[in-house]
Design a protein around this ligand. Structure first.
Ligand code: MCA
Ligand code: AMP
Length: 518
């Protein structure tokens, strides 16, 4: 029986010469070069540490740490040891972490040293026995313990259907759901992307995305690892610093905000991109203006693709010829992935007609962690996954996303569910109700805006609402503007008319209206 552990496939793709550089850090206080041997040994030591804890197979390892190469080693170690990686956004606050840890019941939690007090309290209360720290300066109890372990490790036997990772994604109603991804889900998608995007010897990837979501952790890292390619590693996205390293690189991946911010750099031109062969954009809609301006300034056509935490990558504009990449579309289905558009009664639609996007393929997840009913709700009777995105497919198979049936805001590539924010606002003293909408924003694509209604006799200040939210929810979910109003617009059925609120506030962040300068 072959071992279908994803780590085995990734390790097999390491170059024969393990002393070649795998990762060069770009913004650490001292630039560091990590070899492939370093990745191998570091992940082996952490995997041996995990083995020494005698955890049940497929234990969840929840990780909320700053981006570092050691955090990547931890991810590889979790795969190696046959456990399930559960990455958490560093912006999440105590209430959010409490929910994830309570729901996933991880056997191990790894956090930053500065958060140890509150994270460990939450973890121990939820029954987690092991809490380690890991910081972005190579310190923390995880590494301090791992160095006492052997630097060789035999990867645990895993079947392709075994879980490799759980990624929490918020829901339109209720709490976040953990999307369960198997070793085969991850490997099949990584292999398709490696071929489809023409990864080749000598490629160098600039990695400037967070590593707690699909884009940075899987699409970018698996691409580089499966191709044995070097990464130039940024812990934070700084457009000027990234631009300075572009001449060394061949591949870049970003959410649209990264492209908008790079375009604001006067030095972005054809010469800076002379070695580049591929710019990929995803996680949020890329404006046609950004697509066009990028072409003009750099001579390169951004390749836009589309995916989800539950499904990994679904569609991609063609790699070759570059002229076949169409702005405003996310391209045809990737090889092995099937995409269709159905109307709201489940009936098929003809090309060009708009409906709900449904998908099938080896990349589609195994369901939501411990939520069989929610899982069943998201699949059709013939087992296609309902993405909640609305779009059309043209005669050449190109998919255009025109909207979402889910009430979701995507801000700078991060998903924000209005229902969650409204729930937190409505709990604040003096608040009767609220409505949260997404409004066009030149930097973040969409920005979160809240309209709040005070209880009779109570007074509510917009600033106080923002301050209260900052201590309760991740920063990127906090509304960029809060308005206190006397009532919400409602239709005859009593439903809040969010379209009217969006219309009312649509120019809020337009140039000249006090928008944040990128
Ligand atoms: C930071 N802030 C944000 C965001 N990021 N507010 C709204 N939306 C955001 N995305 C807050 C900060 O907390 C801060 O708040 C203020 O905005 C200004 O922060 P700034 O310094 O501009 O932020 P930054 O640190 O430069 O971060 C912006 C960023 C970052 C680089 C665009 O958000 C980012 O890395 N986004 C990428 C997300 C990503 O990887 N998504 C992929 C998901 P204050 O001033 O109040 O403190 S995977 C996915 O979607 C699917 C599967 C797919 O298809 O890929
Ligand atoms: P997530 O829950 O973080 O996995 O986000 C998935 C959602 O991001 C999808 O359902 C889409 O709504 C959105 N998305 C991802 N890529 C694109 C894209 N290229 N264009 C428009 N929306 C996208």
């Amino acid at each position: 029986m072959p071992n279908n552990n994803l780590f085995v496939a990734l390790r097999a793709a390491f170059p024969a010469d393990l002393d070649q550089i795998a990762i060069s850090t770009a913004d650490s206080p001292t630039p560091l070069d990590y070899t492939w041997r370093d990745l191998d040994r570091g992940s082996a030591m952490i995997a041996n540490l995990l083995d020494s804890l005698d955890l049940p197979p497929a234990s969840r390892v929840a990780v909320q740490v700053e981006k570092s190469v050691e955090a990547l080693m931890l991810y590889l170690a979790v795969l190696r040891a046959g456990h399930v990686y559960l990455p958490l956004n560093t912006a999440y606050q105590a209430g959010e972490i409490e929910y994830f840890v309570g729901n996933a019941e991880p056997a191990v939690v790894v956090c930053s040293a500065r958060n140890f007090d509150w994270v460990s309290r939450i973890a121990f209360a939820a029954g987690t026995r092991n809490v380690f720290t890991l910081d972005d300066d190579r310190s923390g109890s995880l590494l301090a313990r791992a160095v006492f372990h052997a630097d060789q490790h035999q990867p645990a036997e895993r079947s392709g259907d075994d879980l490799a990772a759980i990624l929490y994604t918020s829901g339109t109603t209720g709490r976040s759901k953990g999307a369960m991804l198997s070793h085969d889900n991850l490997l099949s998608n990584a292999r398709v992307l490696k071929d489809f995007w023409g990864w080749t010897a000598g490629d160098v990837l600039i990695h400037a995305l967070p590593i707690f979501h699909v884009h940075g952790l899987f699409v970018a890292i698996h691409g580089a690892l499966l191709n044995g390619s070097r990464m130039i590693w940024f812990a934070r996205f700084d457009p000027r610093a990234v631009l300075a390293r572009l001449p060394e690189a061949t591949v870049f991946m970003g959410v649209p905000t990264l492209y908008v911010r790079l375009l604001a750099q006067p030095g972005l031109d054809r010469a800076a991109c002379a070695r580049m062969r591929l710019f990929v954009s995803g996680s949020a809609p890329l404006l046609i203006e950004t697509f066009g301006e990028w072409q003009q300034r750099t001579g390169h056509t951004i390749l836009e693709r589309y995916g989800m935490s539950e499904t990994l990558m679904l569609t991609s504009n063609p790699y070759r010829p570059e002229s076949a990449r169409r702005g405003g579309t996310v391209g045809p289905a990737l090889p092995g992935v099937a995409v269709r558009v159905h109307d709201d009664k489940g009936g098929p639609l003809r090309s060009g007609e708009i409906g709900g996007i449904e998908v099938k393929g080896p990349n589609v997840f195994k369901g939501y962690w411990r939520m069989p009913e929610k899982t069943a709700d998201e699949f059709t009777t013939d087992l296609w996954f309902k993405t909640g995105d609305v779009g059309r497919i043209d005669e050449d198979g190109y998919v255009t996303i025109v909207g979402r049936s889910k009430d979701l805001i995507i801000s700078g590539g991060y998903n924000v569910y209005p229902a969650e924010i409204e729930g937190v606002i409505n709990e604040l003293p003096g608040v009767a109700e609220s409505a949260v909408v997404g409004v066009a924003h030149p930097d973040f694509g969409e920005a979160v805006v809240a309209v709040v209604i005070a209880r009779a006799g109570a007074s509510v200040e917009a600033e106080a609402v923002v301050a209260a939210l900052k201590s309760r929810i991740a920063n990127f979910k906090v509304p960029k503007r809060v308005f206190v109003a006397t009532e919400l617009p409602r239709n005859a059925m009593g439903k809040v008319q969010k379209n009217l609120l969006r219309e009312q506030h649509k120019g809020l962040f337009a140039a000249g209206a006090g928008a944040r300068e990128p």
